[in-house]
Each structure stands twice: as structure tokens, then as C-alpha cells.
Ligand binder design. Structure first.
Ligand SMILES: [Zn+2]
Length: 165
């Protein structure tokens, strides 16, 4: 992130008095480049009473399990992103319904929004960034092989809201 998007000048970390924070400031035009959080949108599909998880084929979390999801693009809503990413990763058409929760951590730039969803079409299959997809019953979730803290925390919340009890 070495250059200003406005003028191409070099950026440097500098204390901005009015904000009482170090910011990336352009050494040429003085504009601040804000490092905003990124938003990821996910779903937890349920088929036949079991949740669908995917084993990641890319870093971070290579070889570990996660529910489908990915980054929200500008020009789409958060639930739309969750639905799009779910199709890209596990080939399921879903309709995002209500949130399971929103997960964020001081040492991570990602805010993760996780949705319950209705499966409306498709057959589970692996996308290009996925090694394997598998269904897990409530007592089969691989707690010690989950990819991210948000995966663990959202599944923990999901289990307490498990459809049908
Ligand atoms: Zn500049």
C-alpha cells in the first residue's frame, strides 16, 4: 500500500492530531488513505438435518473446514454476497434468511456476517477453491479442524439455534 490512490504520491504513517491516531498520509497531497475493515458474507446450509461444510483448498486455513462465504463486493447487498459466494464455493442455490450473527476480532481486518439460509436448488459440489464438501450432523462438527475463529464462534451459535432443537 505504498502510494496515494488520488495523486500517486508516497504514503507514510503519521499521527493525525484531529483523530488521535496514526494514519497513512500522502506525503504529496496530504490525503489520508483509510484502511477500512473488509466484510465477508457466509451461509450455513442445512441439508437433511446436517450442515454443509467445505474443506478449504487455499490459504489461509488450507485443509480446514469452513461454511461457504467470501468478500462482499461493492454493488451488492450482504445477503446477495452470501448467496453468490455459496454458489461459487459449494454449487448450492440458497436464499439467505436471518443472521446467525456478526463476528469480528481486534486482530483481524474482516467482519464476518453469517446467515441461516434456505436451500432452493443445486447439488453440493466443490468449487475451485474447495477440496471437498461434506455434511455434518450436530454431533459430528469437526471443532478441532475449523478454519477461523469466526467459523468456530458462528457454528457454536448455530448449534444453539439448531433447526428443530
Ligand atoms: Zn496524494
Amino acid at each position: 500500500m505504498p502510494y496515494c490512490f488520488a495523486c500517486g504520491g508516497k504514503l507514510e504513517w503519521r499521527l493525525v492530531e484531529s483523530e488521535q491516531r496514526d494514519r497513512l498520509v500522502c506525503t504529496r497531497c496530504g490525503r489520508i488513505t483509510y484502511l477500512d475493515p473488509k466484510v465477508a458474507a457466509c451461509t450455513i446450509p442445512v441439508i437433511g438435518g446436517r450442515v454443509l461444510l467445505a474443506r478449504r483448498g487455499i490459504e489461509p486455513g488450507l485443509g480446514l473446514w469452513v461454511f461457504p462465504g467470501g468478500y462482499v463486493e461493492r454493488g451488492e447487498t450482504v445477503p446477495q454476497a452470501a448467496e453468490r459466494e455459496t454458489f461459487e464455493e459449494v454449487r448450492l442455490r440458497v436464499r439467505a434468511t436471518r443472521p446467525v450473527g456478526v463476528y469480528s476480532y481486534p486482530d483481524s481486518v474482516v467482519v464476518v456476517v453469517v446467515y441461516h439460509c434456505d436451500v432452493v436448488g443445486g447439488e453440493p459440489a466443490r468449487g475451485t477453491e474447495t477440496q471437498e464438501v461434506r455434511l455434518f450432523g450436530r454431533d459430528e462438527i469437526p471443532w478441532d479442524r475449523l478454519a477461523f475463529p469466526s467459523t468456530r464462534d458462528a457454528l457454536r451459535d448455530f448449534v444453539t439455534q439448531w433447526p428443530g432443537g
